[in-house]
Structure formats: structure tokens, C-alpha cells
Ligand binder design. Structure first.
Ligand code: ATP
Length: 317
């Protein structure tokens, strides 16, 4: 698997204070990598450095390279970066309204995302926009709606459709479901995973929610005080944490069952029935919701390391 994103020795500082120190990370094609850590640990600054979106007084050093782009992104000029953003790298942040134009109809916004980067011509952009909306399970009429006419979950699905419009090599999600209620959260996570799987895009997923990481990601990096203190496959880091901070994070999470669930993977016997998408139990779940009961987009080895993300847990019915 080739690396889509390679970050080496990334440090971020404001005046003489270092906020992020010496971060190394890679994400391969089709790989889903989580970045976790407490509030203020440097997750968002790491993502913003990759996107070239740091505030003016904040500076990044080190190296950020994308396989599909032939130059260094740290220090690149805005003209280059704006070409990369939305085309090679797309992002979904916590608050969908900040990514949407309140005065433009949804269909025009999705079509415009493709026209700006010239990935579609005008006549094909409208059809492609309708197709993208269908893939995020929104009816065609949504094309004519304005953002304020939609719910928070619908808006975030539009933002996801916009992010996926140009088949990005890398999708960065920063707390994309934190503001959504639990059932909508499950659907949006499912659509994110489907979206990246369909395109073999790399996914860097930032969250403080360990259950979400266990559901979505294969590998995880743990940040603490601006540094990456631990990394590895989710099933390893969540069951055999090596760093005391990771142990604390697991103990403090409402997911005391995560490690228990993950350790049950080898004994898990798949059977037919309803189960949360990607749930390691793959049996009928007592907590299954309508969103859980969709056909999962993956099977076989792809499902390894996934866990139920329903807050009530994935106990078998
Ligand atoms: N523009 C800025 N000027 C000064 N300090 C900043 C600036 N932006 C962020 N910081 C500081 O850098 C540190 C890392 O911030 P960052 O937003 O990356 O954390 P985070 O892990 O994403 O937290 P959260 O989960 O709350 O979003 C924090 O201590 C924050 O206060």
C-alpha cells in the first residue's frame, strides 16, 4: 500500500511557544487512520497544517507531502494550496454551516465544487451532483434547498458530498459527528466509511470519541501535549495500550467495553441478522437502530477491528 500522505517532523508554534512537536504520520491509500487525544493536545493544528489553513500568527515547520502532488505543502503558496484543497485533500469539520454558503442552493454548491476544480463540465456537473446526493442518501429535491432548510445531519451529509465531489486522495474529518445526535451520527459515520472505501481514499479522522475510532479506523495515533505518544492498529492500542496517557484515556472513556469487545474479535462468529455496520459482533444486536441495519459496505478481513459505536454497546440480543 503506497502512502497517500506523509508527514515528517511537523512542529507548530505561535511566537515562541511550541504547540505541536515533531509529529510523524502516514496514511496509505484506502487506509483509515484515527487521531485521538484530549482537548488541546494538538489534533486540529496537525490537520490544519496539512491543509495549509493555520491562522496567520501560527507557523508550521517540517514536511507534509501528498503522493498526488509534486511539491512540499509546508510553506507552499496559497495559489498551490487552494488547488490542492477540495481536489486532492478534502475536509469535513464539526460545524457544517461554516462549510456551506447560506445564500446558494445545495445543487449549485455541489456542482460548483466540481466546476472550480474542473473535474466535470457544466452539463455533467448537475447530474453528478444529483448522483452524489443519492449516495449520501438525500432525495433529489434537496438540490433545490438552501442550507437553512435542512437539519444538522442533512447539512453534514451535504458537506460530505461536497468533500467527496472530486474523489479526493485524502479526506480529513475533524469531529464530523460531534454536533449530531446518536442515530444521525451512526449514519454519517457509515457514509464517510462508504465514501472513502468506494474511492480508495485515505482517511484521517480526528475525534476525542474512542468508540468512533474503534468503529471507523484501522490504525490510531494518540496525541498528548502536542506529541504523538503512541500509535498502532486500533485493536492493539485499545486493548494493550503502552502509554500511561492512553490507558487513562481508555479508562476515562464511556467505552469501558471497547477493549473487552475488541478482545472478543477472534471468538466472534459471524451470523446473519441485524448489526451495526462494521460491528465486530456481526450478530443481532440488542441496540440495533434503523441506521445500524444497513448493509455494511465491507466484509471479510475489512471488518476486522471494527466495533459497535452505539453508546449502549454491542451486546448480543
Ligand atoms: N491561534 C492560536 N494561538 C495560540 N494558541 C493556539 C492557537 N490555536 C490553537 N492553540 C493552542 O494549541 C493547542 C492545540 O490546539 P488544537 O486546537 O490543535 O487542540 P485539539 O487537540 O484539536 O483540541 P480540541 O479537541 O479541543 O479541538 C491548544 O493548547 C490551543 O489552545
Amino acid at each position: 500500500m503506497s502512502d497517500v500522505l506523509t508527514v515528517r517532523g511537523l512542529s507548530v508554534s505561535v511566537r515562541d511557544t511550541t504547540l505541536v512537536s515533531d509529529v510523524d504520520l502516514t496514511v496509505g491509500a484506502g487506509e483509515r487512520v484515527g487521531l485521538i487525544g484530549e482537548s488541546g493536545s494538538g489534533k486540529s493544528l496537525t490537520a490544519l497544517s496539512i491543509l495549509g489553513l493555520l491562522p496567520e500568527d501560527v507557523h508550521a515547520t517540517g514536511s507534509v507531502r501528498l503522493e498526488s502532488v509534486d511539491h512540499e505543502l509546508i510553506g507552499a503558496d496559497e495559489r498551490h494550496l487552494s488547488r490542492v484543497r477540495g481536489h486532492d485533500i478534502a475536509m469535513v469539520f464539526q460545524e457544517p454551516m461554516t462549510a456551506l454558503n447560506p445564500t446558494m442552493r445545495i445543487g449549485d454548491q455541489v456542482a460548483e465544487a466540481m466546476l472550480i476544480h474542473k473535474t466535470r463540465t457544466k452539463p455533467t456537473a448537475r447530474t453528478a451532483a444529483a448522483d452524489l446526493l443519492e449516495r449520501v442518501q438525500l432525495p433529489t429535491e434537496t438540490l433545490r434547498a438552501y442550507p437553512h432548510q435542512l437539519s444538522g445531519g442533512q447539512r453534514q451529509r451535504i458537506v460530505l458530498a461536497l468533500a467527496l465531489a472530486n474523489d479526493p486522495a485524502l479526506l480529513i474529518c475533524d469531529e464530523p459527528t460531534t454536533a449530531l445526535d446518536v442515530t444521525v451520527q451512526a449514519l454519517v459515520l457509515d457514509l464517510i466509511v462508504r465514501g472513502v472505501l468506494e474511492r480508495s481514499s485515505a482517511l484521517l479522522f480526528i475525534t476525542h470519541d474512542l468508540a468512533v475510532v474503534a468503529t471507523v479506523c484501522e490504525r490510531v495515533l494518540v496525541m498528548y501535549g502536542g506529541r504523538v505518544v503512541e500509535s498502532g492498529p486500533v485493536s492493539e492500542v485499545f486493548t494493550r495500550p503502552r502509554h500511561r496517557y492512553t490507558e487513562g484515556l481508555l479508562a476515562a472513556s464511556d467505552l469501558e467495553t471497547t477493549s473487552r469487545r475488541l478482545t472478543t474479535i477472534p471468538g466472534n462468529v459471524p451470523s446473519a441478522g441485524h448489526f451495526p455496520s462494521g460491528c465486530v459482533f456481526r450478530t443481532r444486536c440488542a441496540h440495533a437502530t434503523a441506521a445500524c441495519e444497513q448493509t455494511p459496505p465491507w466484509s471479510g478481513p475489512e471488518a476486522e477491528g471494527f466495533a459497535c459505536f452505539h453508546p449502549a454497546g454491542g451486546a448480543d440480543a
